[in-house]
Structure formats: C-alpha cells, structure tokens
Design a protein around this ligand. Structure first.
Ligand SMILES: NC(=O)c1ccc[n+]([C@@H]2O[C@H](COP(=O)([O-])OP(=O)(O)OC[C@H]3O[C@@H](n4cnc5c(N)ncnc54)[C@H](O)[C@@H]3O)[C@@H](O)[C@H]2O)c1
Length: 270
C-alpha cells in the first residue's frame, strides 16, 4: 500500500474525541472495560448500573469523563430519567453499548416463572428499553449514532439449565437487526456482539473451579477465556466510524468456541 493510501485511512487512537457514550453494566466486567477504553479514546461516558459502589469506584478511576448513573435497566422510568440526565449533561449521544446482564438458571421442568421473567427481562427487555431511549436522543440530536447490544454465544448454542438466558440472548440478536432496519433512516447503526467465555465476576464460579474451567477451555481453540478488554475492542470497533457501513449484523467473539463442536478424532491417534 502506498503512503497516500495510509493517509486516506489513518489509524486513529482517539476515535471518540468529543463524543458522548452510554454504557450499561459499566460497574463491572465487560461494561467496565468498555467504559475505560472509550474514555481512553476521548469519549465522555455515562455509566448505568444498579451497583452504586461499583459506579463510585469507576468514577474515581476515570474522573470527570465518567458520569455515574444508578439505574435498573429493566425499569423504563429509570432508563428514561438516566437518558434525560445524559442529554442535560452531554447535550449529545453518539454511541450506546448495552452490556448489563445476568441470569438465574434452572431446568425447564423446575424453573419458576419468576426466574424466567427475571432473566428475560434483564437480558432482553432491557435491550429494547435502552435502545428505545438512546435512539430517541440520537434521533433528536440528528447526528447519527451507533448502538451495540451484548448478546452471547448462548444466543446460538443452547446451555443446559440456561433456557431463559439463551432464549433472551437469541432475541437480542434479532432485536438488533430489527432496530437496525428501523433506525437507519436516522443514520443510527445497530449491531450485536456474541462473547464466548469471558473472565468476569459473572462466571467466577466456572473460572474458580478448575475441572469446570477445563471443560470450557477444551471447547475453545484459542485455549483461554477472553479478558474483558478482548471483548471491549470489537465493541468499540462497531461503535466507531471504522464500522460506518456495518449495521444489522452480529460479531462472534469466542476464541473459536462456536466452530469446535466436531469431535477431535486426532486425539485417538495417540
Ligand atoms: N462473562 C461471560 O462469559 C459472558 C459471555 C457472554 C455474554 N456475556 C454478557 O456480557 C454482559 C456483561 O457481563 P459481564 O460478564 O461483564 O458480567 P458482570 O457481572 O461482571 O457485569 C454485569 C454488570 O451488569 C450490572 N447489572 C446487573 N443487573 C442490572 C440491572 N438490572 N440494571 C443495571 N445494571 C445491572 C451488574 O451490576 C454488573 O455491574 C452480560 O450481558 C452478559 O450476559 C458475558
């Protein structure tokens, strides 16, 4: 490639200079890593979470660039109020990364209706509610925007005992496509990210129990769980102008887990 080609496509380290972002689940794990990476690239970030102490810690780490907003992403009134604070404080919204999540597990034959509702509300309804209010602000600001919704590899691969989580996460992929279709007229892009195993407090029980951890790692060709930063990078790509022509699709970030289901007969060869 000639030098002039490089000048046409400069590699930027400050893709979010002057921009404003919302990150849900910003107090921990993947959301926390995304907030840190966005601030490092010039953004002001509103971090939504129910974990007030975690948000305070994040604010101490990131300083004035981080606006902590205590809100439950399953409650529309709290999201609406939080987005109003974003509008009043930043006066704009360029990127929104809907990351908050969690689950209650159980066999279908035993699962309580309340556990199903808790999980589907948290992983799926929250993405609808957040997208709704984030997109309204982006539309009113009229400068376009990008929304990244965190699904999971479980949205494609069922998990024993995880029917509400896997169902909800599959819904996040389709919802993101639907939102991309509807919001393109406002130059708002919407995509989803499907992480595999990521070393965060959410999976501490797996990562802390060696036999379980090994069973997961056997499935992952790259041989490790992802760090939260390894998921934050692809999320920032989709939220940035580097992905300006990408909307309505999904990005799997799983170390190859999804492609490893065929038995490895080579092991029989001794
Ligand atoms: N860790 C993994 O292996 C993995 C794999 C695939 C997908 N994911 C998804 O990535 C996302 C982030 O997970 P993580 O691993 O960083 O987990 P985490 O537990 O470290 O962080 C989740 C954050 O969401 C917040 N949260 C939970 N319920 C909330 C609510 N009702 N309102 C507002 N905030 C709430 C928590 O307080 C926490 O700060 C989740 O959607 C999760 O399903 C994680």
């Amino acid at each position: 490639m000639s030098r002039s080609n490089f000048e046409e496509f400069p590699l930027s380290t400050a893709r979010f200079d002057g921009r404003a972002a919302v990150v849900t689940g910003a107090a921990s794990g993947i959301g926390s890593a995304i907030a840190t990476a966005l601030v490092a690239e010039g953004a002001r970030v509103a971090g939504f979470d129910i974990d007030e102490a975690g948000l305070r810690k994040k604010a101490a780490e990131l300083g004035d660039a981080f606006l902590p907003i205590t809100a439950d992403v399953t409650v529309e009134a709290q999201i609406e109020a939080g987005i109003a604070t974003v509008a009043a404080t930043f006066g704009r919204l360029d990127a929104a990364l809907n990351v908050a999540g969690g689950s209650r597990i159980g066999a279908i034959t035993d699962l309580a209706e309340s556990d199903w509702d808790f999980t589907v509300d948290l992983v799926q309804k929250s993405v609808f509610l957040c997208t709704k209010h984030e997109a309204r602000l982006m539309r009113d600001f009229a400068n376009g925007g990008a929304i990244v919704n965190i699904s999971s590899l479980d949205g494609r691969i069922p998990m024993p005992g995880g029917s509400p989580y896997a169902t909800g996460k599959a819904g996040v992929v389709m919802f993101s496509k639907n939102a991309a279709l509807e919001l393109a007229q406002h130059r708002i892009r919407v995509n989803s990210v499907l992480p595999g195993l990521v070393d965060t407090p959410l999976v501490a029980a797996i990562m802390g129990y060696e036999p379980a951890k090994q069973m997961f790692l056997e499935r992952i060709p790259l041989g490790t769980a992802a760090t939260p930063e390894q998921v934050a990078g692809p999320c920032l790509f989709l939220a940035s102008d580097d992905a300006s022509y990408i909307t309505g699709t999904e990005l799997v970030v799983d170390g190859g887990w999804e492609i490893s289901n065929f038995p490895n007969l080579a092991k029989l060869a001794g």
